[in-house]
Design a protein around this ligand. Structure first.
Ligand SMILES: *Cc1c(COP(=O)(O)O)cnc(C)c1O
Length: 416
């Protein structure tokens, strides 16, 4: 018999979203006529941009001809696409040679673990998108699960709370040797965006400690506030210490099409002087072989003027939804965070556990949300609301939510 991979075996519990799905099904079995509205999983709901759809159609048809057929493309991705990303996202400050096109950010983060191996020490924002911790654990960086701390012993959790404006307190890391620092901005799940000042502190920290920042910018095109940084490379000195991850999924409606990228700057090196780029190229050529040519053509179309107008409308739609939810919460006097430069809101419920709030919202308001505790120990007592949805459904959800907050959940101070 083959021994089970002990690192996979140490992954704790169910992955968050399958667990939510299971509870949804159980609920509907008991209450089959409930008109559930999901503010849960972060999946896009609006149709694909016509500009992107047309590009897929045209390339698909061309592929059925001798002249238009193409097989494997360049492992690093189409040159035209890398040029377009460099221009649209980095004002040409990142060379197309430093861009690696992928089949999505999640897949890239998973593969990235192979660059560092099981001995690396990872620090994550807490709460965080679950993939950073889970993929680190899968390669052996996690150590044992600690039931009391609700976390892995070898992962360094950086609490992000209203008190520190949801950005890690880097002084907390004074005694640690951190290899990898995962930072997501705009942040899923807290809905907050790191300021230039916060990122300057972060880059200075990484430079002084010799750490590498993995900066997840999957939501950058949702940023409306012009003073907020959209890329870690807007910060001086970041090129020597940061990898950036991009994705077409959320702002481009590409969750099903699959397209993303990573940036590995030329200057970024291991302690022995080897450029990370060298190993990343080697790895991707060995176990990836490039993103779908159809997805890349669609991505290229989205970055044209016409496509970018579609993207503006798409992101405006989701941000308008987020504003409706934000307003509904504010009208009750309850606190809530985010929902301005990313379509997520992060809502605290003092004295309740995340899964309790989840259950009450499901049973009493027929709303499906994501329990904050699924994003890390500090997420306990919060829920995440996703504003991906159809306008009418979001309006109805907002009404249910404000009724729930007003009627069903008296503030603890008003309880006798
Ligand atoms: C959804 C999401 C992604 C996107 O992953 P893909 O694999 O590109 O679909 C990446 N990072 C965060 C934080 C996300 O929420």
């Amino acid at each position: 018999m083959v021994q089970r991979n002990p690192h996979i075996a140490s992954l704790h519990g169910n992955y968050l979203f399958p667990e939510i799905e299971k509870r949804r099904k159980d609920f509907l079995q008991h209450t089959p006529h409930a008109k559930l509205i999901s503010l849960g999983i972060g999946d896009t709901t609006e149709p694909l941009s016509y500009t992107a759809a047309r590009a897929i159609e045209e390339k698909g048809k061309a592929m059925a001809t001798c002249l238009g057929y193409s097989g494997y493309g360049p492992t690093q991705g189409l040159t035209a696409l890398r040029h377009a990303i460099s221009q649209r996202f980095y004002g040409n400050a990142i060379s197309p040679d430093e861009l690696f096109i992928s089949d999505g950010a999640k897949c890239d983060i998973g593969r990235l673990q192979l660059l560092f191996g099981p001995e690396a020490v990872a620090a994550v924002q807490d709460p965080a998108y679950p993939v950073y911790v889970d993929s680190a654990v899968a390669i052996g960086q996690g150590g044992a699960w600690d039931e009391q701390q609700r976390g892995y012993r070898k992962i360094v959790y950086l609490p992000c709370t209203p008190e520190n404006n949801f950005f890690p307190d880097l002084h907390q890391l004074a005694g640690y040797n951190i290899d990898l620092l995962y930072i997501c901005s705009p942040n899923n799940p807290t809905g907050m965006v790191a300021t230039s000042y916060q990122l300057e502190q972060l880059v200075a920290f990484a430079r002084s400690k010799g750490s590498i920042i993995v900066f997840d910018a999957a939501y950058a095109p949702f940023i409306r506030d012009p003073s907020l940084p959209r890329s870690i490379y807007e910060i001086e000195g970041a090129r020597e210490v940061a990898i950036e991850i991009g994705s077409f999924s959320k702002w481009g409606g590409f969750t099903g099409v699959r397209l993303g990228w990573s940036v590995v700057p030329e200057e970024l090196c291991y302690s022995d002087g080897t450029p990370l780029q060298h190993d990343w190229q080697r790895l991707l050529a060995t176990l990836f072989n490039g993103a779908s040519i159809l997805a890349q053509c669609a991505g290229l179309a989205l970055l044209t003027e016409e496509g970018w107008r579609d993207i503006h409308l798409l992101t405006e739609h989701y941000l308008a939804n987020a504003a409706v939810l934000r307003q509904a919460i504010a009208s009750t006097g309850h606190s809530g965070y985010g929902g301005e430069n990313i379509p997520y809101l992060w809502v605290p419920f003092a004295g309740l556990r995340s899964w309790e709030i989840f259950t009450r919202l499901l049973e009493e308001a027929h709303l499906l949300v994501t329990p904050g505790s699924g994003f890390g120990p500090t997420g306990e007592g919060f829920i995440r609301l996703s504003a991906f949805g159809e306008q009418g459904a979001i309006a109805e959800a907002a009404t249910r939510l404000s009724n729930f907050l007003r009627n069903r959940l008296p503030e603890p101070s008003k309880l006798s």
